[in-house]
Design a protein. Structure first.
Length: 115
């Protein structure tokens, strides 16, 4: 049974940074595409960043988001810098075998950016 557990959310001031973690179990982690999505009330879930299956790696998206994977710990991270109020959302971890599949989801972690 696939289980994805997110952590690291919380209340952050604008301009701050945060690192979210997602620990996976029940899968061969290195074989999965890992992604972070976010959702705000009344809106569709949107993709924030995605990282291919394979070796440990990190990639930056839109300059403020960095997704990285550490296969030995079955963990994917999302670092967010220069946080803005519009980054406020529930952030979800996703694992899938191929692009186009829905995959499996964690329960989410709330990020609130406010002064």
């Amino acid at each position: 049974q696939v289980q994805l557990v997110e952590s690291g959310g919380g209340l952050v001031q604008p301009g701050g940074s945060l690192r979210l973690s997602c620990v996976a179990s029940g899968i061969i982690f290195g074989n999965y595409i890992m992604a972070w999505y976010r959702q705000t009330p009344g809106k569709q879930r949107e993709l924030v960043a995605q990282i291919a299956y394979g070796a440990d790696a990190a990639t930056s998206v839109k300059g403020r988001f960095t997704i990285s994977r550490f296969n030995a710990k079955s963990t994917v991270y999302l670092e967010i810098k220069s946080l803005k109020p519009e980054d406020t959302a529930v952030y979800y971890c996703n694992a899938k075998r191929a692009i186009g599949l829905d995959g499996d989801w964690g329960r989410g972690t709330q990020v609130t950016v406010s002064s």
